[in-house]
Design a binder for this molecule. Sequence first.
Ligand SMILES: Cc1cc2nc3c(=O)[nH]c(=O)nc-3n(C[C@H](O)[C@H](O)[C@H](O)COP(=O)(O)OP(=O)(O)OC[C@H]3O[C@@H](n4cnc5c(N)ncnc54)[C@H](O)[C@@H]3O)c2cc1C
Length: 428
Amino acid sequence: MKIKKIVILGGGFAGIRAAQDLAEKSIAAGLKIEIIVVDKESTHLFRADLFEVATAFNKKITDKCMFQLKETIATPIRKLLFGRARFIQDEVMGIDAKERVVHLKDSGELKYNYLIVAMGSETNYFNIPGLRENSMPMKVLQDGLKFNCHLDQFFMELSRKKISRTVNIVIGGGGATGVEMAAELIGALKKLCVKYHYDCKKVNVELIEGTEKLLGMNEAGTALVLARLKKIGVKVSLQNLIQKVDRKELTLKSVNSTSAGGRGKLKKKFYDILVWTGGVMVNPVVAASLGEKKYGGAILVNPFLQSYKDRNVFAGGDNAYFADPENPGKRLQMLASIAVQEGSVLAENVFCFIQGEEMKSFVPANVQMVIPIGGKYAIWQSGDRIFSGVWIWVIRRLVYLKYALSILPFWAALKKWLRSSRIFMDND
Ligand SMILES: Cc1cc2nc3c(=O)[nH]c(=O)nc-3n(C[C@H](O)[C@H](O)[C@H](O)COP(=O)(O)OP(=O)(O)OC[C@H]3O[C@@H](n4cnc5c(N)ncnc54)[C@H](O)[C@@H]3O)c2cc1C
């Protein structure tokens, strides 16, 4: 019998979980299959701590410290496959489900019998003029490292030229990444200002959000986050949409009718550095091949995470449109915790499908939001209840340890977590 080939596109949260579980299951059952993971990057990323990489303090920017910073949240994909699956580092350019072929940028065609699609999402700039060209995204490892170096060089230049003026750092988007970035920047800036003898009082950090909510929370939750941000020194502008971005100048449109000037009023804002965290969209390769426009480019899947259109195609994480049982008409949130749960079920169902056994329906577990907001402080929303403080921050740090232990051997996971904690806590 010909060995079945299972290709997993994406070595992210869903892809790695699926690859590890599938390899384990097939070995235990003596099932001969070939598992191939494809990713354009060589490393798997714990994206939830990307803001920490972006804001970590370096006494000196060196290759060594950038490497150490990279290692805090990135792990070689090959290392995570333990020789049980093949890894191809290449970019997926297209998927031809009819021919059961994936088109790779450098390696050409890759045939499959079964496909797991988990290529995540990309930054969405919503066609806002000038936003892509003038802002820094916060999505992949390079974004975090680039921001870190850029911030250091920015203050080094001011110090070298003996310039002392007001500096405006603007973060667009009041979701988790925006709030975490803005808050953590405060600690980083304090250290940078000492390093470059800059007056920290002259540095503003402003978070701009289009709606009246932060982190998508209700009024009480938003008020708590606002109070915390204010306390540590982050200015927040809610109900302001970024309309246009020029070099060093933003045009904002107020969507609050009670604000001075009223709804629709335009205002200009000078910025030195703009970070855009305000939008995500399903990976364009997926959207153009197997996804559907009405599902935001994602693949509509049945309860087994299997494409309705092609039974040999499965999808997980940000690429799967799985109806949210709690929110009719909406998909499950694009979250790492969901992607990991789906990865497990994907492995189980692909394994059962090959064997002709009954598959398992995916039942999402309750999603918990634990968001660090500067220093040793985090908030945790569980249903209608919100908890905050240093203990929640400890829980948030343990989330990474738990995740690392789920993909790496014990000592490797512990070492990685201890190293990252030491680096990240330096400016807390
Ligand atoms: C900055 C940031 C912070 C976040 N924080 C949290 C958090 O705290 N908690 C939480 O639950 N969720 C968080 N999320 C969301 C979470 O990261 C995503 O929902 C999750 O990563 C989705 O998992 P996935 O497996 O679908 O994709 P990913 O984990 O994104 O993996 C996709 C993989 O596909 C690869 N890939 C993409 N395109 C191609 C291509 N063309 N060819 C080959 N390979 C490709 C990528 O390199 C990547 O390795 C955050 C997201 C971001 C951007």
